[in-house]
Design a protein around this ligand. Structure first.
Ligand SMILES: Nc1ncnc2c1ncn2[C@@H]1O[C@H](COP(=O)(O)OP(=O)(O)OP(=O)(O)O)[C@@H](O)[C@H]1O
Ligand SMILES: [Mg+2]
Length: 228
């Protein structure tokens, strides 16, 4: 099912007198339960597209349809609420809070998402998600004692603990070796299927494409081709 649709999205950056068109009319749909990969050369606009889709920066033109609403015309407060409760994020580095344990990072996320669950249920949910990503045994650990792959597993747990509808992942395996990359990608794919999430994945690593359902190729601010 069509979960998220961008239509005729353009982004222009103005630097003094010069205007640069970075996204030149993007049409893109993300489907429930599918990982959509976004590939293309450095500077082609992948991260710009992802951050605009997630409402982290505004589009110059176009519509971004999610849950029957157009994110592109929403006030920042409204977008913030959607982002915290309906979207999840994974980036190249885990960006865990150094002075919180694994468990505390996830509980904090539930608070940010404004979860109405009781404290005891939140703790149960944290245990369940940590089990899912294979990090249950490290729930009382601080990030400094975790490996890169383990940190990224916690980052994935944090990205899905509030049951997002859309997951945005910008090069989530770029800091990992190939074995850990495959593990993290298998996890992202499985979670996408199990929880019926629409996942947008930016990657430079062709090896990771076997874990995705669709590949969209960008060139110079445009979508060049789409393949299954
Ligand atoms: N805030 C900004 N102001 C001006 N130009 C920007 C801004 N953000 C991005 N750009 C430019 O937009 C282009 C696309 O950048 P973007 O980060 O989206 O590329 P990318 O495809 O993600 O590249 P990479 O694979 O290296 O991460 C680049 O030329 C970049 O310099
Ligand atoms: Mg990028």
């Amino acid at each position: 099912m069509d979960r998220f649709t961008m239509e005729k999205v353009r982004k222009t950056f103005t630097n003094g007198e010069t205007k640069e068109d970075i996204l030149k009319g993007i049409n893109l749909s993300l489907m429930e339960g599918e990982v959509t990969a976004l590939v293309g050369a450095s500077g082609s606009g992948k991260s710009t597209l992802l951050t605009i889709a997630a409402g982290l920066q505004s589009a110059t033109e176009g519509t971004i349809q999610f849950d029957g609403q157009n994110i592109a015309t929403m006030k920042s407060d409204q977008i913030r609420k959607i982002r915290a409760s309906k979207f999840g994020f994974v980036f190249q580095f885990a960006h865990l809070v150094p002075f919180l344990t694994v468990k505390e990072q996830l509980l904090l996320m539930l608070d940010i998402a404004d979860s109405k669950q009781k404290k005891v249920d939140k703790k149960k949910e944290v245990d369940r998600i940590l089990k899912l990503v294979g990090m249950e045994h490290r729930k009382d650990s601080y990030p400094t004692s975790l490996s890169g792959g383990e940190k990224q597993r916690v980052a994935i747990a944090r990205a899905i603990i509030h049951k997002p509808k859309v997951l945005f992942a910008d090069e989530p395996t770029a800091s990992l070796d190939s074995k850990r990359s495959r593990e993290v990608m298998a996890l992202l794919r499985d979670i996408t299927k199990t929880y019926h999430i629409a996942t947008l994945l930016v990657t430079h690593d062709e090896e990771m494409l076997i874990f995705t359902d669709r590949v969209i190729k960008m060139l110079d601010g445009k979508i060049l081709a789409e393949s299954n």
